[in-house]
Design a protein around this ligand. Sequence first.
Ligand code: NIG
Ligand code: FE
Length: 409
Amino acid sequence: MHADMVLINIGEVVTPPGPGPRRGRAQAELRRIPDAVIAIRQGQVTWVGPRTAWEGKATAEVDVGAAAVVPGLVDPHTHAIWAGDRLNDFEARAQGVSYEAILAAGGGIYQTIRHTAGASVETLVALARPRLERLLRSGVTTVEVKSGYGLTPEGEIAMLRAAARLQDEVPMTVVPTLLIHVPPREGREAYVEEVVTSLIPKVAREKLAVAVDVFVEQEAFTVAEAERILRSAQRHGLACKLHADQFHVLGGVELGVRLGALSVDHLEASGEAQWRALAESQTVATVLPGVTLHLGGTPANGRALVDAGAAVAVATDLNPGSSPLFSAQMALALAVRLNGLTPAEALTAATANAAIALGFQDRGWIGPGSRADILVLNARDWRELPYALGADDLIQAVYVAGQPVWSRE
Ligand code: NIG
Ligand code: FE
């Protein structure tokens, strides 16, 4: 076997054993290969196993100095494109004003819309690029980026064009999602009509997004409105996602399950019925511990979801209002503290299951046929990854499709 490159002297490779979704107990099952070699050809892993069993040849060899190696992280939920800031919200909330009260009064997400909707694509790209670079340094090799601060069709399309431009400027895969985030303060019926009959068809036609997401909440959209929007998405060949059960259980989870959504995200308010519905579905349950850290409140019960048999993913939800979390490694580590996942479950949540939440089978694991998205840790034991909080030197090198795209030196 001839490889383009081999990573040698790997202290341990730790990975979900194959593509997701890994649900229930299986979420904790990792493949661990001590003293390992990974062979890569044309951007894909062709072989992984113990050094003593490697018999192939390679054009290039990279000695990783006994480091632990894990799959590149997938961040399946971000709002990385925004203009302005939410520092006033941050201060107000610290003085006791709630996120929902700010939103209901026309601030919060609406404030970010006021700053973002008029910005040029160039400005949006320039603002978002350093945020994605931070995520890259935290180990992200595939990232979802939502629109949702444009509000008008033109504003949403500008955000999606910015996402497309960002793909040319950062090495990780950028997956664009059209987010129908909050209704205009007046004329919501006409707005939903325009989204369904004009915006979604145009986005699909111009291939500006691969999925449509709707925020179901008291201050956002009803289940009936979300269903109309997402059925239009499906008719146009786009996948579905939902922000559901963040503050109130309104039926967003059940809608997502009914529509076969790729994922439903948030789930802080979900209970037994929603955990069971997700466990019996193909839909990934994505938890967002950065929101709990930033806003307070009850975390999504990742433990109950896994125990019920669901496939759980974790994301940063990077956004200015509810989760200014610029590290997918930290999201993974917080999923252990806040959502009750074990370290092994959290690794699967941030890799194989997060990949499925974006529709990818070929990443989030390391094995023959996987895309060679690889993190070399600045550690010999992979558990430093879910363990460390605030360490910015934990990742030694990031490979995307076999290419070294970032390293600490
Ligand atoms: O995922 N909850 C709705 N949307 C985002 C927050 C967006 C914002 O506050 O700007 C979220 O939490
Ligand atoms: Fe979000």
